[in-house]
Ligand binder design. Sequence first.
Ligand SMILES: CC(C)(COP(=O)(O)OP(=O)(O)OC[C@H]1O[C@@H](n2cnc3c(N)ncnc32)[C@H](O)[C@@H]1OP(=O)(O)O)[C@@H](O)C(=O)NCCC(=O)NCCS
Length: 186
Amino acid sequence: MKEVFKISTGEEIYLRYIKRSDLNAVWRNFNEVVEEDIYPVFFPVETQFEKESWYDSLKREKNICIIADNLDLKVPFNVVGQCEISNIEWDASKHVGSLGVIVQKNYRDMGIGKRLIDMAIRESQKLNNKEKIILSCFTNNERAIHLYKELGFKEVGIRKAQFKIEGRYYDELLMELLIEDYLKGQ
Ligand SMILES: CC(C)(COP(=O)(O)OP(=O)(O)OC[C@H]1O[C@@H](n2cnc3c(N)ncnc32)[C@H](O)[C@@H]1OP(=O)(O)O)[C@@H](O)C(=O)NCCC(=O)NCCS
């Protein structure tokens, strides 16, 4: 599935499946978020080995990864966002996907996150028979929570002090969405 849309700057964004040649750009976006203290990861991913291993496992596990390709930018600056829906390891949770999403700082609040998540949800239902999507984020990640609620995700709980970064504790908000409900609401 592919989709093209224009953002407010007039730039054209092309949503498509990730390719191996997108790896450096995708991890560049991830490493940018690591520095923002809103992700429970301390160290950037730098080595080609780690990047390639992630891609190999994505393909092996048949996880979904949709990227937002800015057609007006050159590689490796073209990937302005990404959304992954991965399988859960339990046999009895094959119908559930776990979602993660990142949009580059200077491309936020332009609707890219919403479009990425929408396509990833639809593809995960079509290709991986997913029925339910789960995710989590820091309770202070207001933009992400706003977006998730707008898409219909419901809060199902908070894990208090689940993360500790430089001596400070952060709570984790757990959310979920039934794809059937999501599609009805569209
Ligand atoms: C969360 C994230 C993916 C959203 O992507 P995005 O492209 O900015 O999302 P959208 O533009 O589709 O939607 C953002 C919404 O949040 C709203 N918003 C922005 N800042 C906000 C704030 N401080 N409080 C509440 N809402 C806010 C925007 O107005 C917009 O809502 P609208 O469509 O009703 O106007 C992006 O901010 C990101 O990559 N953040 C860092 C990584 C991250 O937090 N990932 C998810 C958590 S694990």
